[in-house]
Design a binder for this molecule. Structure first.
Ligand code: SF4
Ligand code: SF4
Length: 213
């Protein structure tokens, strides 16, 4: 079982997210600054995912503290090279604890990485510099060190629960060096509807007693 000291909190690095200046009003604002998540079209919603793959890492929850720790072990469907789900259409059938992101769930999933675009926008923040919608370059996510590519120890199929504890890492909840969290956009979360999403995130949380099984 992991200790609180080596278990990143689910809200780890919140202090890394700088509350920058509010965005000005204006019709020219990009959609993620002008709309709440629930008002986005399916295409806009999908484009928010930067493909980092961080949410598809196996996570552990401390049963005593509720703290969630990321590991460097990937969901069995994650292609660690491309950081994409290898069977996105059938992911829910194959991985029962794959969590579909919706405006509602984004507001509730406090283990989403602080760098996750959904989390940032849901919290009224701007997208970071590496996001393809900002940079115009899909390669900027990897260049900024945000993707899991090259950092994954293996698939969950290769590790037992006890072994997962030895793979707890902090980097999935960290910002790249010198980067700050998204600026405030002034857009409220607005999580009110049942908007559908095709974006999946992994919410597996083995409890400590499961680890002893
Ligand atoms: S849902 Fe968020 S954490 Fe997951 S891959 Fe997309 S941007 Fe990254
Ligand atoms: S989307 Fe779901 S099933 Fe696919 S790799 Fe991520 S956590 Fe696994």
């Amino acid at each position: 079982m992991s200790s609180p000291e080596d278990t990143p909190r689910d809200d780890t690095r919140r202090d890394d997210i700088a509350p920058d200046a509010p965005a000005p009003d204006g019709a020219s604002l990009p959609f993620w600054r002008a709309k709440p998540l629930a008002a986005m079209s399916a295409t806009e919603w999908e484009s928010l995912c930067d493909g980092c793959g961080r949410c598809c890492l196996v996570k552990l929850e401390d049963e005593d503290t509720g703290r969630v720790a990321y590991t460097d072990v990937a969901c069995r469907l994650l292609d660690a090279a491309t950081c994409r789900c290898s069977d996105y259409e059938r992911r829910s059938e194959i991985v029962s604890d794959c969590v579909r992101l919706t405006p509602e769930s984004v507001a509730e999933l406090n283990w989403l990485p602080p760098t996750c675009a959904y989390r940032l926008v849901g919290e009224g923040k701007d997208l970071p510099f590496w996001h393809p919608l900002v940079s115009g370059d899909a390669g900027s996510v990897a260049a900024a060190g945000i993707t899991v590519s090259g950092k994954v120890a293996g698939s969950e199929n290769e590790f037992g629960l006890f072994e997962l504890v030895d793979h707890i890492v902090a980097w999935p909840v960290r910002w790249p060096r010198g980067a700050k969290g998204g600026a405030q956009t002034g857009v409220k979360t607005g999580v009110k509807t049942g908007a559908k999403s095709q974006t999946g995130a992994r919410g597996r949380r083995p409890k400590a007693d499961e680890q002893k099984a």
